[in-house]
Design a protein around this ligand. Structure first.
Ligand SMILES: *Cc1c(COP(=O)(O)O)cnc(C)c1O
Length: 462
């Protein structure tokens, strides 16, 4: 491009004020507001100017400028934390927000959070009450515990429980249970950070009840048992049952805390059930609200009144307290569990886990047929897939599933997967060799439409 052409192109770039008077840009002002559009116009003109100076032959028409500005505004205003189609087959996918919130919980949230809500006031007296009242009775009724408290997440629940029950004292923990959970939760560090001294007993594979008993002295504040949620030690192993720990704790006047993490109310093979743990008489049980419970992020503490009341009164409880949104979602979730028979259908995480393979296969075949009808540039087949529960539970346990596989055509599998992730809506498939796979077990009803629309768009642009 010669100098004259370049100067000509640059001279045709309007000023910001001029651009704001163009009808296509004025329409954007009505939608996004003057401040944001002015900023986007300034940036767009600047980047077009740089392109021309770098040698690009871009003739900036009104339409082109409006398109560039609209794309920039769309980037700014589209939610960054957006809805995602999870076609990975991982049910509790921490990176994709763990459990999908049940529809009826969202309805309750919409209802309560769109105005003022009865967070901490008594209707009877008109005076302040306690926010835990909305969930404590439900939690004690479902789990059989005497008292309950809810905090921001299970990591906070463990810290608060240990810091309350054993300040500046010792916590006895088996070497086999010093678990690390993704996102930098390391039990030994959490124990230390709670102001409690870790005393580890036993070996990696074998810990006996006598190891605990021998470690108890006048400085012992608590015995902690952690569910080894994301790993299993198999072979020559020994570990006392929870009942035995409870018995030793009672004999020595030392409270026993059981951190379950995954925290199911209904059966998942190999995962402890909260009610069973409570029934052993253990002093405190803690677990997550967004793993196998299938709700929103929270840390639930249930147990003996004397301990849970002290936990509630700990000044740190205020620092990790939950907000109204969490409580509304949790209250609605707990009400689903009042009818455990229907929970498996009403809670997406449970429903995905229980869907029979034949149903997933039928859905996969129908999805594949629909994609084929679109005559897209990828060959389509239904293949076996493996789902997993995820969220650091049932490690190594494979859930047979079915997927639709697209053989890479005009672009490689990795490129196609990237196009799907960066498109709108955002879709997360997984890849195997040169195939992009969509596991139907974790796709919500109607997600097929979103994937097909996205594939059509990608096909049109390659
Ligand atoms: C997941 C897990 C935690 C952490 O729970 P968050 O709710 O993510 O804080 C703690 N302990 C165990 C055993 C877990 O599995």
């Amino acid at each position: 491009m010669d100098e004259e052409r370049r100067r000509d192109l640059l001279s045709r770039l309007v000023q910001v004020d001029g651009a704001l008077r163009q009808p296509a840009i004025t329409a954007l002002v009505a939608r996004y507001g003057r401040a944001a559009v002015t900023e986007a116009v300034r940036e767009s003109l600047q980047s077009l100017r740089e392109k021309i100076l770098a040698g690009a032959d871009v003739e900036v028409t009104e339409q082109l400028l409006a398109d560039v500005v609209a794309a920039s505004l769309d980037r700014v205003f589209s939610p960054s934390l957006c809805r995602v189609v999870n076609a990975t087959g991982i049910i509790i996918h921490t990176g994709l927000g763990r459990a999908v919130i049940p529809r009826e919980c969202l309805d309750a949230l919409e209802e309560a959070a769109s105005g003022y809500c009865l967070l901490e006031m008594s209707r009877e007296s008109g005076k302040r009450s306690h926010r835990m009242e909305h969930v404590e009775e439900l939690l004690t009724r479902i789990t059989g515990a005497e008292a309950a408290h809810v905090v921001n997440n299970d990591a906070a629940a463990v810290m608060l429980a240990l810091g309350t029950l054993a300040p500046e004292k010792e916590a006895i923990c088996s070497r086999a249970e010093q678990v690390e959970i993704g996102g930098s939760f390391r039990l030994p560090e959490i124990i230390t950070a709670s102001g409690v001294k870790l005393v580890d007993v036993g070996t990696t594979n074998r810990t006996y009840i006598s190891d605990y008993e021998n470690a108890i002295n006048e400085n012992t504040g608590v015995i902690i048992k952690a569910h080894t949620s994301n790993y299993r030690i198999i072979g020559y192993v020994a570990r006392p049952r929870l009942e035995e720990l409870v018995e030793v704790g009672r004999r020595h006047g030392v409270p026993v805390v059981y951190d379950i993490g995954s925290g199911a109310f209904v059966g998942f093979s190999g995962e402890p059930i909260v009610q069973d743990a409570v029934a052993t008489g253990v002093d405190v049980v803690s677990f997550s609200g967004d793993k196998l419970l299938g709700g929103t992020q929270s840390g639930i503490i249930v147990g003996k009144k004397e301990h849970v009341y002290r936990i509630k009164k700990n000044p740190l409880a205020r620092a990790v307290r939950v907000g109204k949104m969490t409580l509304v979602l949790l209250e609605a979730l707990l009400k689903i569990y009042l009818d455990p028979d229907s929970a498996g259908e009403r809670i997406p995480a449970l429903a995905m886990h229980r869907t029979p393979l034949e149903d997933v296969a039928r859905r996969a075949r129908s999805f594949a047929r629909r994609i084929k009808r679109e005559k897209l540039p990828w060959s389509v087949e239904v293949v076996e897939s493996v789902s997993e529960l995820g969220g650091g539970s049932t490690p190594g346990e494979e859930i047979p599933s079915m997927a639709v596989a697209l053989a890479a055509g005009p672009v490689t599998a990795d490129e196609l997967a990237r196009e799907l992730r960066t498109g709108k809506p955002c879709i997360f498939p997984y890849t195997r060799g040169n195939h992009v796979l969509f596991d139907l077990r974790t796709m919500l009803p109607g997600d097929e439409n979103l994937v097909i629309a996205s594939l059509k768009q990608i096909a049109a642009s390659v």
